[in-house]
Write a protein of this length. Structure first.
Length: 195
């Protein structure tokens, strides 16, 4: 027989060819599942479970990517409006979407990590445990960092922390520019009064 793999004694090529032969993974007949199990020595139900988990991981990664884009777009939009209005307090409003999206991004990254851990457990259970099609991550939760710790993961911090620092810098620059302009107007006004 073939080399031992996470799928039993079947080679990965046999598993792929058997799965690719399925027309609709959600509508697979029992006869088709039995044929796959007999042909390659794997559990097609478990493969379907893994596909479900992989779809969730992909969705979490897409959500995280979209949140990063929205965070930058909204923050820069608010900053540009604040700069044109010369309002430093309005520039600080850009912190709201930056902080909220930082938290949401960490949430989705943690969810992605939970489902990856679930994926690893399901792959490790080939031939041992019955397939439950469960997407509950409670059993793997202790193995994944908390949401708070995920806030400071490299992939999260390297985008959101510089964005927040940039917002504060721009707000400071706007404040400095408007206070200088207000100060010079005050001196011009005092000079006119003295004449």
């Amino acid at each position: 027989m073939g080399q031992a793999t996470p799928f039993g004694h079947a080679s990965l090529a046999h598993v792929r060819s058997a799965v690719d032969g399925m027309t609709d993974p959600l509508d697979v007949s029992t006869a088709h599942l039995s044929a796959i199990r007999n042909e390659v020595g794997v559990e097609p139900e478990r493969l379907e479970h893994i596909k479900m988990i992989q779809a969730v991981v992909t969705r979490m990664a897409q959500n995280s990517f979209l949140l990063k884009g929205w965070s930058v777009t909204l923050s820069v939009g608010i900053l540009s409006a604040a700069a044109s209005a010369k309002e430093a307090s309005f520039a600080l409003l850009a912190l709201l979407p930056a902080v909220v999206f930082w938290g949401l991004d960490a949430f989705y990254l943690r969810q992605e990590r939970l489902f990856r851990a679930l994926h690893d457990n399901v792959c490790g259970a080939f031939g041992n445990d019955p397939v439950t099609f469960s997407l509950q991550t409670g059993k793997v939760e202790p193995t994944v960092k908390s949401w708070y710790k995920t806030l400071f993961a490299k992939t999260i911090v390297w985008l959101h922390a510089p964005l927040i620092v940039s917002i504060l810098l721009v707000a400071g620059l706007i404040h400095k520019a408007t206070s200088k302009a207000a100060g010079s107007e005050l001196f011009v006004g005092l000079d006119l009064l003295g004449r």
